[in-house]
Design a protein around this ligand. Structure first.
Ligand SMILES: [Fe+2]
Ligand SMILES: [Fe+2]
Length: 165
């Protein structure tokens, strides 16, 4: 049985994953409007992935006999400075999520909740991958700078990202 404090924290993270999805969908829309169809696709796939993360929390809470509680999802920013700015913000988001997963892990340990710890281990590994993926794009965009041709090629590469599942 899920302890109330764990249930509350897991529901909170469910909400945070939905916000990530919402944020990346906003970034996808921004990229579409700015003429970066590849990056738009990349963020759209990322938004789907984040929804998948939210559903893992949903299933874990339900599977433990807990109750899923959905709160409000804050509105994402209306716009972004630039393509680089969007990816920098995405990296910031991923770092915040990593910190939140680490806090959840610590809470699970504190409560002796081994089931939650085993469940969260997947996210610990996933966050390493997610941070690296976004950091690589940030580094590429910084290296490219004002080179429009190089940015065009990178956008095409980003657009090759396969859909989830
Ligand atoms: Fe996530
Ligand atoms: Fe993520």
């Amino acid at each position: 049985m899920l302890k109330p404090e764990m249930e509350r924290a897991l529901n909170e993270q469910l909400g945070a994953e939905l916000y990530s999805s919402h944020l990346y969908l906003a970034m996808s829309a921004f990229c579409e409007a700015e003429g970066y169809p590849g990056a738009a696709r990349w963020f759209r796939v990322q938004a789907d992935e984040e929804r998948g993360h939210a559903m893992r929390f949903f299933d874990h809470v339900v599977g433990r006999g807990g109750r899923v509680r959905l709160g409000e999802i804050p509105a994402p920013p209306a716009g972004f400075d630039s393509l680089l700015g969007a990816f920098e913000q995405a990296l910031d988001q991923e770092r915040q999520v990593t910190a939140a997963i680490d806090r959840l892990m610590a809470l699970a340990a504190e409560h002796g909740d081994h089931a939650a710890a085993a469940f969260l281990q997947w996210f610990v590994t996933e966050q390493v991958e997610e941070e690296k993926q976004v950091a690589d794009v940030v580094a590429a965009l910084r290296a490219i700078g004002d080179d429009a041709a190089a940015r065009f090629i990178l956008d095409r590469e980003l657009g090759a990202r396969p859909a989830e599942g």
